[in-house]
Design a protein around this ligand. Structure first.
Ligand code: TXA
Ligand code: MG
Length: 347
């Protein structure tokens, strides 16, 4: 199959392109569509056969459910049944972070096909701030089920070029709106009532909506730490230990302690600011810096996956070493991705 690419500028009137993409989705085809986090591989969420093809093309295990992308927050009620006790918290989160890089896991409505949710009683819902995904969902009139547009376990694509490398030849169309502005997948939250009867969220995946940003809105618990009320929730799938992984081995290393290279191995370094004792060692055949100079976590997050990809493609590098990042703000989400990237695939 030939994969077409249409370049768009979401600031222009792109309604004709969105219509064209929606027509393909309505016909059961798959289209890669940008969001502010990473590019998604979209299918009509209400077309079970098309969604099944998303799993096939990505080689994704069927137990790992997909996120439904909505054209706006009002459409949430079309796919989720929000319990009355959680409604005020859901409204607050939606008001604060939608459109944006937040996904809410909520009880599903029966109209959502099992294949989307892997048979779970919940559905993951998101309103992205990217005009393209929302525009296509609006034109389609249905939510768009879209995981990241990479083969399962690989690095998520933050550009159309990366999508083509992952899935070119097996999907109909890529909408190319350039690089993603956030660069890390959305924060996934599951609202629930805690043991004290108060609304809280379980943080299923760290992302651009950081713990700091959630503070003051509600209690945030990590999976497995919410007491009995939390234990009664269905398990979070998809939090697989080895994920977001380059083809080469990746080692995480403290930037302040010396690295001891093995003889005859060519190492490439991913440095945070480029000025650490680690970066100053002379054992690297390539060094790439996420945020040169003073180090900004936002800039590092935007560049992380593209840099991992570039290291993976650099033929001189055999093993990638990545500096551990500060444990604050976006640092948590980046460390989550790097830790998974460093896990062996058969772990
Ligand atoms: O930023 C993002 O979230 C991107 C863009 C395209 O929206 N999407 C994305 O999708 O990262 P994906 O499929 O690569 O990751 C979605 C995660 C998976 O780990 C999955 O297990 C989890 O969401 N998920 C989906 N539905 C769930 C549910 N009902 N309960 C718990 N986790 C769920
Ligand atoms: Mg993914």
């Amino acid at each position: 199959m030939e994969t077409r690419v249409i370049e768009i500028d979401p600031l222009d009137d792109c309604r004709r392109v969105y219509r064209e993409a929606a027509d393909l989705l309505a016909a059961g085809e798959l289209v890669a569509i940008p969001t502010e986090t990473v590019y998604g591989l979209g299918a009509d969420a209400f077309n079970a056969d098309a969604v099944a093809r998303v799993f096939a093309v990505k080689e994704r295990p069927s137990f790992d459910p997909l996120i439904c992308h909505l054209s706006n927050a009002r459409a949430l009620k079309d796919i989720a049944d929000v319990p009355e006790a959680l409604q005020p918290l859901v409204d607050k989160l939606a008001k604060e972070f939608w459109p944006g890089p937040m996904t809410l896991v909520l009880p599903r409505r029966a109209c959502v096909p099992d294949v989307v949710t892997s048979g779970l009683p919940t559905v993951a819902c998101r309103v992205t701030s990217h005009e393209a995904m929302r525009g296509v969902a609006r034109a389609l009139g249905h939510p768009i089920a879209a995981p990241s547009a990479n083969r399962f376990g690989n690095i998520s694509p933050t550009s159309a070029g990366a999508v083509l490398k992952e899935l070119g030849g097996s999907i109909s169309l890529v909408l190319d709106a350039g690089a993603c502005s956030e660069g890390l997948e959305s924060t996934i939250l599951q609202p629930f009532i805690d043991e004290k009867g108060k609304p809280a969220v379980r943080l299923l995946r760290e992302g651009p909506v950081t713990r700091e940003k959630l503070r003051g809105i509600c209690r945030v618990v990590k999976p497995g730490k919410g007491g009995e009320a939390e234990a009664s929730l269905p398990n979070a799938p998809g939090q697989i230990k080895s994920h977001y992984a380059p083809g080469k081995p990746l080692l995480l290393h403290d930037p302040r302690t010396p690295f001891e290279p093995q003889e005859g191995v060519a190492y490439g370094l991913i440095s945070y600011k480029g000025d650490s004792p680690l970066a100053e060692q002379d054992c690297w055949v390539e060094t790439m810096t996420l945020s040169p100079g003073s180090g900004r976590l936002v800039e590092a997050a935007v560049r992380l996956f593209a840099v991992m990809r570039a290291m993976d493609e650099n033929e001189e590098v055999q093993v990638i070493v990545a500096e551990e990042l500060p444990k604050m703000g976006l640092g948590y989400a980046m460390m989550d991705r790097l830790t998974r990237a460093s896990a062996r695939r058969d772990d």
